[in-house]
Design a protein. Structure first.
Ligand code: MGD
Ligand code: MGD
Ligand code: SF4
Ligand code: MO
Length: 886
């Protein structure tokens, strides 16, 4: 037992970097969080999201007990209901009418149990995961070239490399700690960085060379690179001959894709000079690591993109050796673990597929004749099958598909048609639950969960519980096993701890594995409970008889295909799934912002994180803003063939003309019109089934707002229809930014009714269309609404601090209505440094006063001196703001 004052070693629940964390419970249900200096992923570093974890541990938004058909229920009743209803669906519609939709945010143990229950014992192959939207193209690319889903290298390679190429990765925001490791290597040894991304992201802004590739055209760049390597005698012919197949056909196809410098430049959208610089750098550097993420995976030719990148490494023998190789950055904390257990519909278990021998092997191991015999439906098809009634029962666990799937409104509607929707969740409300979950099961969240996760470099780390399970919350593996027992499979699901599940998973990985499957952790199958508890971070494979793990694979040319050779595979001629048209002339690119995680169920609770980008927005190039009549800071309706959203316009040349960017994070819980998933097309890569989430044809039109404003409240409020709103957490409650095209008179009654039972102060000036009301409970502000002509309303940053004030003297109440902060503090502009709450205006002032670099800003304001995630933005401001000479 740890005493409350002891720090627990655990792992961050956000991105696939997998940073080690020291979490110290504070005895009041929360915990203090710091980077673990001993963890080999981060050596003590954390980014803004990890550092703010302590702000997200409150129980206000949690699901704390089971719910059946809208009413609170006991676990026994809820588990009985799941089992009985599953049996009815199976009896009436067959085993395959049951689906599971899982998540890379589950622990490996939860994932293993879900996969075993579904594929082994219920006997449905229709098990897929949000990793289909995330890593499927990398999985398919790895399997077809290496023979297995293996990341050959590791993070240390980023520090040993002389050139790091990042393709479709905004690592400065999405894998910040790895970006910091790259940045440190640049300072220490001058590593060069090339970023390939249509947008000039925070990452691209800091690169030595940024190739603003046309969406979808990465294959052209790597085809041209391969051709150039071949034509300048830069190939490793011995490696190709001894360890690979398919090179000649692949090179011939590359010549068709990139027949000349001019053609490659025209097709890729990258200038000839930049293409040449890319080739020269890549060819001339032995130690090159090529990183790829969603700009590669989420693509109608994602598998080809991965294969083309890997081909250049194979052709030069630069793979699996220190400082060189392809390196897929995984998204979720356990994206990799889900792949290991077989959570994807086209995998069976433990890196085995559906050959007769593999099915037989898994069947014997599980001792269950119901084990499925073929692939199931991949995510997009799975939800189409929900829509057309082939799937009648669905168990969703650890993901929010009503937001994150392409054509998300159609997905949300489809969920309503199910006979049985079971949702295992941390939160009491999200768009998927609201869509109509019949049974809601309260799942352990980060801080409570106990098990393992695997990061991008194959490193298995423990997530340990820091806090007790609140309410009736239980781990997912437990709920799954209890349902399995009720379905008659008591023996196969008899585990009483995550350690026991892990041992079985580890044993299966080594079962009849004589090196055919790279994923082998049978060396850990005999861990006792204490050993599992104490497990130090370790990189698989860990074969039987070993414990130390494996830093790199394939450096010796021994791959895991049947002939032990890597395969070159010719790529198709790149093309996007859908063309633009006069009706939809733009391309909608979707992605992430620095301080929010996915659908914001957790990061949305942190005031610090909310301040960085408080509203859903669309980035529009100035030419397009002019063309479509948009104003910077105004609003635009973004429409595609599938849906629409209304977003704040950010005019910027970070995006290329013809392309617009919108973040994926806002939901019906956090915004009125900010859901972006409904706009996204469902076209998928033919091999991986991963949707092309980054290139939907779209159009823009201006939305004029008459009024704008801010609302504050300590608890939930329902804003009236006809108001555009976006919600963020602030200290002491919530803040909403508001805008509407309706006249003030039409809104006042609804707005006045928001805080009915309170003492109110009100200021109304109909002539100027100004309305301000503040409601008080005792000496505290309970809520407030400020509306005024668009462009003149007070900002949320100015007002929100009022909620943090515990006692407002009567004399201060009228000044609340003046719309100024209580202490008279000036509006500080958007937040840049989340750790020390430093706003843009303060930073601009410091630069203007002479701060010449990020370190100087840090010395004056502390900004950028903790996690470093905002240093790229400091750099951007440094470049923008004129400075007085020192
Ligand atoms: N802050 C934050 N960090 C996260 C997450 C989060 O929600 N928030 N989520 C985590 C998860 S699950 C994931 S999967 C990762 C994703 O991490 P990233 O892949 O780095 O993030 P994205 O913003 O989805 O997309 C990366 C970039 O791809 C570019 N892109 C679009 N189309 C193309 C193309 O055709 N070619 C190329 N080369 N680039 C293109 C986009 O402009 C975008 O900048 O982030 C992880 N980390
Ligand atoms: N247009 C577009 N769409 C995208 C993307 C994109 O770039 N563009 N990116 C895609 C990618 S890469 C990803 S990874 C997905 C992410 O999309 P989602 O997986 O839908 O997003 P999250 O908000 O992470 O949802 C996780 C949910 O699980 C709950 N949860 C967290 N931990 C646990 C747990 O241990 N157990 C249980 N039972 N519940 C838990 C959380 O409360 C939350 O509601 O979005 C995809 N969709
Ligand atoms: S980089 Fe940030 S979000 Fe990712 S694991 Fe580390 S602390 Fe967590
Ligand atoms: Mo992801």
């Amino acid at each position: 037992m740890t005493s409350p004052s002891d720090a627990v070693r655990t792992t961050c629940p956000y991105c696939g970097v997998g940073c080690g964390i020291l979490a110290t419970p504070n005895g009041q249900g929360g915990a203090a969080v710091a980077g673990d200096p001993a963890h080999p992923s981060n050596f003590g570093r954390l980014c803004s999201k990890g550092a703010a974890l302590g702000e997200t541990l409150g129980l206000e938004t949690r699901l704390l007990h089971p719910v059946v058909d809208g009413a609170r229920a006991s676990w026994d009743a809820a588990l009985d209901a799941v089992a009985t209803r599953l049996k009815t669906v199976i009896r009436t519609h067959g085993r395959e009418s049951v689906g599971f939709y899982l998540s890379g945010q589950l622990l490996t143990e939860d994932y293993y149990v879900a996969n075993k229950l579904a594929k082994g014992f219920i006997g449905t192959p229709n098990v897929d995961t949000n990793s289909r939207l995330c890593m499927a193209s990398s999985v398919a690319g790895h399997r077809r070239t290496f023979g297995g889903d293996v990341v050959p290298g590791n993070y240390e390679d980023l520090e040993l490399a002389d050139l790091a190429v990042l393709v479709g990765s905004n690592a400065a925001w999405c894998h910040p700690v790895l970006w910091q490791r790259i940045a440190a290597a640049r300072r220490a040894r001058g590593t060069r960085v090339i970023v390939i991304d249509p947008r000039r992201t925070a990452t691209a802004g800091e690169a030595d060379l940024h190739l603003a590739v046309a969406p979808g055209m990465d294959t052209v760049l790597f085809a041209w690179l391969l051709v150039q390597l071949a034509d300048t005698d830069a190939l490793d012919r011995a490696f190709i001959a001894a360890h690979t197949t398919g090179f000649d056909e692949t090179l011939a196809r590359a010549r068709e894709i990139a027949p000349s410098l001019a053609a490659a430049a025209a097709r890729s959208g990258v200038s000839e000079a930049e293409l040449q610089a890319f080739v020269t750098a890549w060819r001339g550097t032995d130690k090159v690591v090529t990183v790829y993420s969603q700009g590669v995976n989420q693509s109608a030719q994602g598998t080809d993109k991965v294969t083309s990148i890997v081909a250049c490494h194979l052709a030069t023998g630069r793979i699996g050796r220190p400082g060189m190789g392809p390196l897929s950055f995984t998204g979720q904390p356990n994206a990799m673990g889900g792949r290991e257990v077989g959570g994807l519909a086209n995998m069976l278990a433990a890196h085995m597929g559906f050959s007769a021998a593999e099915i037989d092997r898994v069947r014997r191991f599980w001792n269950e004749p119901a084990t499925v015999t073929g692939e199931g439906l991949k995510a997009v098809d799975l939800f189409d099958a929900v829509a057309d009634g082939r799937i009648r029962a669905l168990w969703v666990m650890g993901t929010n598909p009503a937001v994150s799937l392409p054509r998300a409104d159609a997905v949300r509607d489809a969920l309503k048609r199910l006979d049985l929707l079971v949702v295992s969740e941390n939160v009491a409300s999200n768009d998927t639950l609201v869509a109509g979950a019949h049974i809601r099961l309260p799942a352990a969240a980060w801080g409570e969960k106990d098990g393992t996760v695997t990061n991008s470099e194959r490193r298995i780390s423990r997530q340990r519980s820091v806090l007790p399970l609140p309410g009736e919350v239980r781990p997912d593996w437990w709920a799954l096993s209890r349902v399995a027992v009720r379905l008659g499979h008591a023996d196969a699901f008899a585990w009483t701890s995550p350690a026991a599940v892990f041992r079985e998973h580890a044993a299966l990985s080594g079962f009849e594995n004589r090196g055919e499957r790279a994923f082998d952790i049978s060396g850990l199958a005999a861990l006792d409970d204490a050993g599992y508890d104490a497990l130090a971070p370790v990189q698989w494979p860990v074969p039987r008889g070993t414990i130390g793990g494996t830093a790199r694979l394939f450096g010796n040319g021994d791959f895991v295909t049947p002939d032990r050779r890597a395969r070159f595979v010719p790529a198709a001629m790149p093309a996007l799934a859908r063309g633009t048209s006069p009706e939809f002339p733009l391309r909608l690119v979707t992605g992430r912002v620095r301080d929010q995680w996915h659908t914001m169920t957790r990061t949305g609770l942190s005031p610090r994180l909310g301040a960085h980008r408080p509203e859903p927005f669309v980035e529009v190039h100035p030419d397009d803003a002019l063309r479509f009549g948009l104003v910077n800071g105004g609003f635009a309706r973004v429409e595609t063939a599938y849906g629409d959203a209304v977003l704040r316009v950010v005019e910027t040349d970070v995006v290329r003309a013809g392309e617009i960017f919108a973040p994926i994070h806002w939901t019906a819980e956090t915004s009125s019109h900010g859901r972006v998933g409904p706009l996204v097309q469902g076209d998928t890569d033919p091999y991986s089934g991963q949707p092309e989430a980054k290139a939907t044809p779209a159009r823009l039109s201006p939305v004029a707002m008459r009024l704008a404003g801010v609302a504050l409240s300590r608890g939930p409020v329902a804003l009236p229809d006809g108001v555009w709103w976006a919600r963020i957490a602030v200290a002491g409650g919530w803040a909403w930014t508001l805008a509407t095209d309706r006249p003030l008179d039409a809104l006042v009654p609804a707005v006045e009714a928001l805080f009915p039972e309170r003492e109110q102060a009100e200021l109304r000036d109909p002539a100027r269309e100004v309305f301000r009301s503040a409601a008080f409970a005792g000496e505290r502000l309970a809520g407030a609404v400020f509306l005024g002509p668009a462009g003149k309303a007070p900002r949320w940053e100015t007002l929100a601090p009022l909620l943090a004030v515990e006692t407002l003297p009567a004399s201060a109440r009228l000044s609340v209505l003046s719309g100024r902060a209580q202490d008279g503090a000036a509006d500080c502009g958007p937040l840049v440094c989340a750790c020390f709450s430093v706003g843009r205006d303060a930073i601009q002032t410091a630069i203007a006063a002479g701060a010449a670099d990020a370190a100087a800003i840090g010395a004056v304001l502390k900004a950028g001196t903790n996690c470093g995630s905002c240093v790229p933005e400091l750099q951007r401001l440094l470049a923008e703001v004129p400075r007085v000479a020192a």
